[in-house]
Ligand binder design. Structure first.
Ligand code: TRP
Length: 345
C-alpha cells in the first residue's frame, strides 16, 4: 500500500535546541517508518521577520546537522530547500487570490508577531500562512505534524484547498494537522524554551555549557534554603528530569526528598546536567561530524530538493491548467508555431 504523505518543516533560525528535539525531531524520525515524509527548510519564511543574509547559510547548515543527527534520514525522507523551488512562491501568489486580507489579519500568529515586532508588519508577514499552505499543497501532503501554535495555519491551508477545489476543480487533498503529544519544554528561565528568549539549551552546546546553563536555572522561587520543602510541580528542573533522566524510580525518590526539604537545588541540577549530557552524547558526536562536512550537507539538501522540484512542477502545471493559465508546455508549443521559442525556452 502506498504510504500517506507528510510534509512539515522548520524555519532555519539556527541550531536546534532540546525543545525541538523532544517536541518535533524525535517524532519526525519515527514518522519516517510509516509515512512518505517531506521535511522543509523554510528559509523564505525566515525573511518575514528578519533578514540577516550573512547568517542564513550557516543557520541552514546548523539546522540540517541537528536534523540528521536526530535521525532524519535522507535515504527515507525528502529534505527540501524552499527557496530553490520557485513553485512555492508561485503557488503562494495564486492561493493568495483565494483569501481576504481581513481573514489573514485574524490569524493569531500574525497579530502576536505584529505586536511583538516594533515595526509595521510586512505584507510577507501577513501572507506567511498562505506561503505555508503552498508548501503543503504543492506536494499534496495529507498530514502535517506541527505544534499547537501552527494550528491556525493548517486551518487556513484546509480552507484554501477546499476553496481551490470548489472553484477550479479538485486537485488538493485537505491536509490534516497532527499534533505532537510531546510537552513543550521550559527553558532555563521557566518560560517556554525558545531560541529568541535566550533560555535554550542547544544540541550543539558542549557538556560544560549545558551544565553551566542548568546550574543557573530557575527552580522553585518559594524555596529560600535547602531544607525548605520544595515544589516539583511547575519546577523546570524537574520537568527536564522527567524527560531526560532514565531511572524513573530514582527520580520519584528524589522528588519525595525534594518536597520534604531533604535535598538542595544544586544537587538536583547536577543530576540533570549529568542525565541530559548522557542523553545527548551520541547525538552530539553525530552532529559535530555532520557539521564539519558542509559540502556533504548541501549535497543532501540539493538531492532532496531536486526530487521535490519534480513534484512541485507537476502540481503547478495542474494548477495553471485549472486556473486557465498557460503553463510552460503549452506556451512553448504555441511559441514554436510562431517561431519565437527562444524567448520562452
Ligand atoms: N511555520 C512553521 C514554523 O514556524 C514552519 C513551516 C513552514 C511549516 N512551512 C511549513 C510547517 C509547512 C509545516 C508545514 O514552525
Amino acid at each position: 500500500m502506498k504510504k500517506s504523505r507528510i510534509l512539515t518543516g522548520h524555519r532555519p533560525t539556527g541550531p536546534r535546541h532540546i525543545g525541538h528535539l523532544v517536541g518535533t525531531l524525535e517524532t519526525w524520525a519515527q514518522l519516517q517508518d510509516s509515512y512518505e515524509c517531506f521535511f522543509l527548510v523554510a528559509d523564505l519564511h525566515v525573511l518575514t521577520t528578519n533578514y540577516h543574509p550573512e547568517h542564513l547559510q550557516d543557520n541552514i547548515l546548523n539546522m540540517l546537522a541537528d536534523w540528521l543527527a536526530a535521525g532524519i534520514d535522507p535515504n527515507r525522507a525528502t529534505i527540501v530547500l524552499q527557496s530553490i523551488i520557485p513553485e512555492h512562491a508561485q503557488l503562494s501568489l495564486l492561493l493568495g487570490m483565494l483569501t481576504t486580507v481581513a481573514r489573514l489579519e485574524r490569524v493569531p500568529t500574525y497579530k502576536d508577531q505584529a505586536r511583538e515586532l516594533n515595526l509595521q508588519p510586512s505584507s510577507g508577514l501577513l501572507t506567511y500562512p498562505v506561503l505555508q499552505a503552498a508548501d503543503i499543497l504543492l506536494y499534496k501532503a495529507k498530514i502535517v505534524p506541527v505544534g499547537e501554535d501552527q494550528l491556525p495555519h493548517i486551518e487556513l491551508a484546509r480552507e484554501l484547498a477546499r476553496r481551490f477545489n470548489r472553484t477550479f476543480g479538485r486537485i488538493f487533498p485537505e491536509p490534516r494537522a497532527q499534533l505532537s503529544n510531546a510537552p513543550r519544554l521550559p527553558g532555563t528561565d521557566n518560560r517556554t524554551m525558545h531560541t529568541s528568549y535566550g533560555n535554550a539549551i542547544f544540541l550543539r552546546d558542549t557538556p560544560e555549557e549545558t551544565a553551566r546553563k542548568i546550574m543557573s536555572m530557575y527552580t522553585d522561587p518559594t524555596r529560600l534554603r535547602a531544607d525548605d520543602p520544595g515544589h516539583v510541580e511547575g519546577n523546570p528542573v524537574f520537568a527536564l528530569l522527567d524527560i531526560f533522566h532514565a531511572d524513573k524510580d530514582e527520580l520519584s525518590e528524589l522528588k519525595t526528598r525534594y518536597e520534604a526539604g531533604k535535598v538542595g537545588d544544586v544537587e538536583v541540577k547536577q543530576l540533570l546536567a549529568v542525565s541530559l549530557n548522557a542523553y545527548l552524547v551520541p547525538l552530539r558526536a553525530r552532529r559535530a561530524e555532520l557539521y564539519a562536512q558542509p559540502k556533504m550537507l548541501m549535497e543532501i539538501l540539493y538531492s532532496g530538493t531536486v526530487k521535490a522540484k519534480f513534484e512541485a512542477q507537476q502540481t503547478l502545471e495542474e494548477v495553471y491548467e485549472k486556473m486557465g493559465l498557460l503553463h510552460s508546455q503549452s506556451i512553448s508549443e504555441k511559441a514554436l508555431a510562431n517561431n519565437i521559442a527562444g524567448v520562452f525556452c
